[in-house]
Design a protein around this ligand. Structure first.
Ligand SMILES: N[C@@H](CCC(=O)N[C@@H](CS)C(=O)NCC(=O)O)C(=O)O
Length: 282
């Protein structure tokens, strides 16, 4: 594991736990490991998730839609504890064969519709409710450019930088250097875009902002990986202006609490079944 002279064998095999934060649950195969149907609540939309940056994208979107008066966006949110392997339960795998949160089921259609991948869920909800996506073709394309930018870029931040800076059992300079370089380049891309635009895709708040903020907004606000100083994120001033602006939205404040089961108690709402649930958080 820490051997710098490692020579890969002819055929890779899993050797058990490697000391990494997620090594107990990671395995090289897909599919369910146990029988566990998912609960179904009373609302049209059923969300199975956790308040990680990918999960928070969807709860922010749903709270934004409800704030706009789109009552069809009412939802039940159930907690999926990924460190306990809930994503490998039969019911969850049935909705998302890729075993990752967030997963959503729309029961408002003749047949329940299964949705996974946070970008796909955001786009589906934006189209279904005709909100947070521009109508004009050019602006819509720009919004989708940045939505897909996020889906392609965030794995370098989370799976690359975050993994090696925070979760790996050893600090490997080569890996941290490689991913710090890439993440800083991405921060510079966003900073330049936000120097010219109020929001990511222009003058309108869209699903591009909703996708990007939980990762890159939270990073510069020092809310993920405690890496703001290390990456000198204060130097991206336009990005910081936008991060604070998005954070101040009421729906963002609400959405980030849903499916949260750690941190300050007043910020936790592990399950959400009704708007009034927020009033019950201590
Ligand atoms: N591209 C996916 C990524 C989802 C993802 O990586 N989810 C993580 C939590 S942020 C997860 O469920 N991990 C559980 C596992 O890897 O077993 C999306 O955006 O929905």
């Amino acid at each position: 594991m820490t051997d710098n002279n490692y020579t890969p064998p002819k055929i890779w095999k899993q050797e058990g736990e490697n000391g990494g934060a997620f090594s107990k649950i990671n395995r090289p195969t897909s599919g369910p490991t146990h029988d566990k149907p998912l609960p179904v609540g009373k609302h049209p939309l059923q969300l199975y998730s956790l308040a990680t940056p990918n999960g928070v994208k969807v709860t922010i979107m749903l709270e934004e839609l409800l704030a706009l008066g789109k009552t069809g966006a009412e939802y039940d949110a159930y907690l999926i504890k990924i460190n306990e392997g809930d994503q490998f339960g039969s019911g969850f795998v049935d909705v998302n064969p890729n075993s990752k949160i967030p997963a959503l089921v729309d029961h408002s259609l003749p047949q329940p519709l299964h949705l996974f991948e946070s970008g796909s869920i955001l786009l589906y909800l934006a189209e279904k409710f005709d909100a947070f996506i521009p109508k004009a073709a050019a602006k819509r394309a720009e919004c989708l450019n940045w939505l897909f930018w996020q889906m392609g870029s965030a794995p370098f931040l989370g799976g690359g930088f975050g993994h090696f800076y925070t979760y790996a059992p050893v600090k490997i300079k080569y890996c941290i250097d490689r991913f710090s370089m890439e993440v800083k380049r991405q921060l510079d891309v966003l900073d330049k875009q936000l120097a010219k635009n109020k929001f990511i895709a222009g003058d309108q708040y869209t699903i591009a902002d909703i996708a990007i903020w939980p990762w890159y907004g939270a990073l510069v606000l020092n809310q993920v990986y405690e890496a703001a100083e290390f990456l000198d994120t204060g130097s991206y001033k336009h990005l910081n202006r936008w991060a604070a602006q998005v954070e101040s939205r009421e729906a963002v404040q609400r959405g980030r609490k849903v499916n949260k089961s750690w941190g300050d108690e007043e910020d936790q709402l592990p399950e959400r079944h009704d708007a009034s649930d927020f009033d019950r958080t201590p």
